[in-house]
Design a binder for this molecule. Sequence first.
Ligand code: MLT
Length: 313
Amino acid sequence: MERTPFRVLICDEMNPGNLDHEGFQIDYQGNMDRAETLRRLPEYDALITRSRTKVDRELIDAAGPRLKVIGRGGVGVDNIDLEYASLRGLLILNAPESNNVSAAELAVMHLMAAARGLTRSDSKTRAGTWDRKFLGLELKDKTLGIIGLGRIGSIVADRAQGLRMKVVAYDPYVPETKFERLGVERAESLPELLGRVDALTVHTPATEETIGMIGQRELALLKKDAIVVNAARGGIIEEAALVEALKSGHLFAAGVDVFVDEPPSPDHIFLQAPNLGITAHLGANTREAQERVGAEIVSRVLDALQGDVSKGA
Ligand code: MLT
């Protein structure tokens, strides 16, 4: 007797590649409406999302007993209620390698855009003001501080060194050998890092430890005219504190790709903040990354459904 195929639902935008796999029925509908996801989920053995879909209690409860695996197309799993998912016996998989280069490149883009006033000059020029008075900052010989020297932070360090920046990082979980290999100086504490750098970028996951780790007090420890970038997760740098530090002129400029609540409300404080470049959580959004993410997460989920968890986990 022929086995019923495993059914996999992909409900967020990605490039899932070839959907034709023997023994599986893979349905792709990027940007699926939440109500539809909740309604259709009981028919599936696995769900694949990106960060847009909140895999919370409501969604897990809606799934029913058939769901076994949740695949996260990307690195962070902070959109998933991991505790509840594991209580329900669900296997959570991610694609930790696929979009690191893209995420790192976006952070470097924000750093350079902030240093040269890209968004300010862009909007002035569009509004008909030809303003050549603005003076930006060179990055060469400046010190970049990185919080989190994991996969993405390490690539940012390498690219910043390519710009001839000196790189210092704070990451108590990374061994000395990695700092040495990357040619990155270790800061022993967060205050030490903040006091030393001309630009700061964060590359940590969103956890209880990291959310709010850079607030008013920490921003005040940065040198005047520092640049701040958050292309990791909304809230690692407190939103109100960042806006205040920009308004007061303590910071030269900042760049953010992430918000605490996404999408942000139309009256979000970032939208009126001076010298702040904004992108819409686009770190992983390159053709190349989405091709790799789709292929990696689909293959991990299919392996897991077939019982080969060692390949998937
Ligand atoms: C990630 O965690 O890899 C990204 O935030 C993925 C995404 O853009 O959804």
